[in-house]
Ligand binder design. Sequence first.
Ligand SMILES: [Zn+2]
Length: 392
Amino acid sequence: MFEILGQCAHVQIPEVSEETLRFYRSGTILWVVQQIWSLFLPWLFLMTGWSAKLGSFAEKKGKCWYGSIVLYLLSFLALYQLFSLPLWMYSGYFRPRSYGLSLQSLSQWFVHYGKGVFLLAIMALAFVWIFYALLKKSPKRWWFYGSLAGIAIGFFMMIVQPIWIDPLFNDFGPMKDKELEQQILTLASQAGIDQGRIYEVNKSQETKMLNAYVVGFGHTKRIVLWDTLIQEMSTPQILFVVGHEMGHYVLHHMWWSFCYFSFLTLLIFYMIYRCSPWLLRRFQSRFGFFHLSSIASLPLFLFLFTFLSLATDPLSLFISRVMERQADRFGLDMTHDNQAAGEAFVILQQKNLANPRPDKFTIFWRSSHPSLQERVDFTNSYCPYNLKSSPK
Ligand SMILES: [Zn+2]
């Protein structure tokens, strides 16, 4: 399948299957539908007055201010999930199963989904009241204090994700293949990463897809490999993938992402602060509530947040692609194995049914990684270490 040409290896991406193209095209349509739905649903809650009705129901039945917030949040969340369930079932269960990517049974899918909704409810009950307290106390500066609270919550979630949240869904542990682990640890020590930072997660029971990632912050920061990736790739290919993840780790990409997230949070909160009073004045009679500090305004914030996130996604994804390129380069600098790197990309392309040459719109608005064609081209052409060892 693979061919070596020239100094940096020459890996070619095999012809893309009809199934991959179908998966790609239907994925684009699904993405558009999902975006429209995530804007439409909160807008529907506003324009029909449902949110205002839920708000007054919660105020009447809730025994205190926090009690009414809890009641509103739980009933809103339940309705929101109910309306969205068909779309989530299609995208999370039926679609990946029909392409042979998912091995989950419907009951397993529901268990994961239920845990996700439960977590969402806990987080909403724990954090949403803070923003409404700020809206009440400080009508002019709530956006600033609110974004500081949002950044603090984001920081907290980043730390606890690998230790509290991810283990609810899958089993994480040390690597099972001890020989491979030793090779990875040798590479890690060369990169200056301490021991005990490499984890394997059991995904092979639920998916055929491959993945590896860096997660956590400070003491909880770690590199995680899906067991499917370990099963499908050869040792040199895995070492390149781990080298790439070590790039994210050593180049502090989590930290840079957090700085960007903080800036974006401030920007989005400020924009919401500027836009929301205007929307409220314009549609007051339809919305049925008169103050932003009323809990019934939640779908308005949700709508604006979704809209502004979508508008800033191209910048966020551009930054992500820059970091991914840096991590690819780091992986090659660590392993000097361009052939294995290119082969790893081909395996990722085939196992994940990824289109190696997506269109410009997809790259601009949806791609957190450079296209696989671009990544393979890079591994074929980047090998300064070879040039250094054999000068003209
Ligand atoms: Zn990466």
